[in-house]
Design a protein around this ligand. Structure first.
Ligand code: FES
Length: 137
């Protein structure tokens, strides 16, 4: 494992211990919760839109492992200023790039939970699907 990977690991731990944008967002336009059924860990995402439907604020609350919570914390910063279409087009590679570490298939489910919750929340907001609760399955 090289230095670069250590740096990313430290960054993940830092986001886990000091999560950014943690807390409920009052007046969120999009609010959605999801769970990783393998472990029961949860993340709820809150998204507030500006007048042009771009993302103005993102926050989250959750309970779970370092990867799932750090991923939600990092994503909350990454999504700010983006359009909903851009977020819907994201995939797991974007999350792996954001985290900067190699992950096993089990850990990938932890990593993408926040992204899936945000994407399903957006799809519900757009009227595309009816999802009650997102899971990583
Ligand atoms: Fe539950 Fe990671 S172990 S989301």
């Amino acid at each position: 494992m090289g230095l670069g990977s250590d740096m990313y690991r430290q960054q993940i731990l830092d986001h886990y211990k000091n999560p950014r944008n943690y807390g409920e967002l009052e007046d969120a336009d999009i609010e959605h919760v999801g769970e990783n059924p393998m472990c029961g860990d949860t993340i709820k995402m809150f998204i507030q839109l500006d007048d042009d439907d771009a993302i103005e604020h993102v926050s989250f609350v959750g309970d779970g492992c370092a990867i799932s919570q750090a991923s939600a914390s990092m994503l909350s910063g990454e999504l700010r200023g983006r359009s909903l279409d851009e977020v819907e087009a994201m995939d797991r590679d974007d999350i792996v790039d954001m985290l900067g570490v190699e992950l096993s298939p089990m850990r990938i489910k932890c990593a993408v939970l926040a992204e899936k919750v945000a994407q399903d929340g957006i799809a519900i907001h757009n009227g595309d699907v009816e999802v009650e609760e997102t899971t990583t399955e």
